[in-house]
Design a protein around this ligand. Structure first.
Ligand code: DAT
Ligand code: MG
Length: 139
């Protein structure tokens, strides 16, 4: 069993797709073991997107992620990290095939609006779970 971390981003919340996206994960056999709604802050985003701080789109990305409260969750299941990334599809929704979450619901012209974040490795999953959830919020 493995755990991964997801964020339902502002475009997902705005389009009222939170239930639809969580349902895709559940239908794929993943179990929600933690879930909450939270307003992200600059300091959390600087940590979460530390690999992107020097990119020209970093400011736009942070402003977008702070636009409204998001839903964050931990999903558990066999091979959860790779499975959830596969269900999402590639970063650019325009490159994501139909049937993937980003392919079906992401913005085809603006990369940033790609519906959902998911951890990309066991190391990032462990760091992100620790960053966003206290032990007593995980069930
Ligand atoms: P992912 O979210 O697929 O793990 P990432 O970690 O490389 O991708 O980037 C984080 C987010 O930053 C991504 O979901 C959307 C935004 N982003 C990435 N590359 C971008 C680009 N070339 N232009 C605009 N936004 C980008
Ligand atoms: Mg990433």
């Amino acid at each position: 069993m493995e755990r991964t971390f997801i964020i339902l981003k502002p475009d997902c919340m705005e389009k009222k797709l939170a239930g639809t996206v969580l349902s895709r994960f559940e239908k794929a056999g993943l179990k929600i073991v933690a879930c909450k709604m939270q307003q992200l802050t600059d300091s959390l985003l600087r940590e979460h997107y530390s690999h992107l701080t020097d990119k020209p789109f970093f400011g736009f990305l942070c402003d977008y992620m702070k636009k409204m409260p998001v839903i964050m969750a931990i999903l558990e299941g066999e091979d959860a990290i790779a499975k959830v990334r596969e269900l999402l599809g590639p970063t650019k929704s325009a490159d994501a095939p139909a049937g993937t979450i980003r392919g079906d619901y992401g913005d085809k012209s603006i990369v940033t609006f790609n519906v959902c974040h998911a951890s990309d490795s066991p190391e990032s999953a462990a760091a992100e779970i620790k960053r966003f959830f206290a032990n007593n919020e995980i069930f």
